[in-house]
Design a protein around this ligand. Structure first.
Ligand code: PBG
Length: 328
């Protein structure tokens, strides 16, 4: 009984009911995190050209959006801010009344059960577009840490449930953990963008957030796509510094990295299905070249199969609706 004709693997693929019974990976709306871009103004819902179906919202319309998202069975959103003004030290990132801080308060007031995750970085807030402070054309690691800690603290003070540092500065998790613990926020978890690669797939996001670097690129702080052993070191460091959860980003070209992290570490693992990955699907689907629903489900299932517990994705709302909402 070790091979054909005794073994017939097709037996378990004969009907949809049997296929579902033996499925090894199941997606649920509660696996998904929905990114939201927040901008100034009132009554704003403006579509991002390179990301059809994704919008920048003003704070006043967020409660309605948050409500819809929660109704779909999604448990968390991650916020990105587009400030009115930028400067060389990213002041908008840690302004107690900045656009993200206002957004946190609005969502926690209207939809308290929805977890609010915040992206802790300076790139949307600096006029040069880099993730930290710049001196002599270099992004300065240690001076940036204090600003990231201030940013995380301001998010926690506004009511954020989870902070997610994404600047790829060494020591950022330790700096943020220390700041939170020193200010009565010891209960706030850190989701570390641990293995974040210098990726071309962030292109549409930089449109959406107006955060493209004005000179150079991010390769002196984000990881080289050629490396995976180094990703494990990043994860190890972030956990040692106090990360409660870790992330691999992007997702699709890095499924092997997700698998290696899953096998090597016992922390909840998130994967970020990034903007370029979303836009490629949307563009091909709009031309009728691929079936959008099947492609999205296949992609999200594959990310989960690779080992992710949590998937941050711009497809979150549509996917959750396809999965049947609450309890789906
Ligand atoms: C940095 C940040 C970026 C993304 C999430 N956080 C941009 C970057 O590093 O250039 C990219 C997300 C995406 O492409 O969907 N604040």
């Amino acid at each position: 009984m070790s091979g054909y004709p005794d073994v017939r693997l097709r037996r378990l693929r004969r009907t949809e009911a049997i296929r579902r019974l033996v499925a090894e990976t199941a997606l649920s709306p509660s696996d998904l995190v929905c990114p939201l871009f927040v901008t100034h103004g009132r009554g704003v819902k403006s579509e991002i050209e390179s990301m059809p179906g994704v919008y920048q919202y003003s704070v006043d319309v967020l409660p309605r959006e948050a409500n819809e998202i929660a109704k779909l069975g999604i448990k968390a959103v991650i916020l990105f801010g587009i400030p009115q003004e930028k400067d060389d030290v990213g002041s908008g990132a840690y302004d107690p009344d900045g656009v993200v801080q206002q957004a946190i308060r609005a969502i926690k007031e209207s939809t308290p059960d929805l977890a609010v995750i915040t992206d802790v970085c300076l790139c949307e807030y600096t006029d040069h577009g880099h993730c930290g402070v710049v001196a002599d054309g270099e992004v300065e690691n240690d001076r940036t840490l204090e600003l990231l800690a201030r940013t995380a603290l301001s998010h926690a003070a506004a009511g954020a449930d989870i902070v997610a540092p994404s600047a790829m500065m060494d020591g950022q998790v330790m700096a943020i953990r220390g700041a939170l613990d020193g200010s009565s926020f010891a209960h706030i978890p850190i989701l570390a963008y641990a293995a974040k690669y210098a990726s071309a797939f962030y292109g549409p996001f930089r449109d959406a957030a107006g955060s493209a670097p004005q000179f150079g690129d991010r390769r002196s702080y984000q990881m080289d796509p050629a490396n995976v052993v180094e990703a494990l070191r990043e994860v190890e460091q972030d956990i040692a510094e106090g990360a409660d959860m870790v992330m691999v980003k992007p997702a699709l070209a890095y499924l092997d990295v997700i698998r290696r992290v899953r096998d090597g570490f016992d922390r909840p693992l998130a994967a970020y299905n990034v903007s370029g990955e979303y836009s490629m699907v949307k563009a091909a689907a709009a031309r009728g070249w691929i079936d959008e629903r099947r492609s999205v489900m296949e992609i999200l299932t594959a990310i989960k199969r690779a080992g992710a517990d949590i998937i941050i994705t711009y497809h979150a709302r549509e996917a959750a609706a396809w999965l049947g909402g609450e309890g789906g």
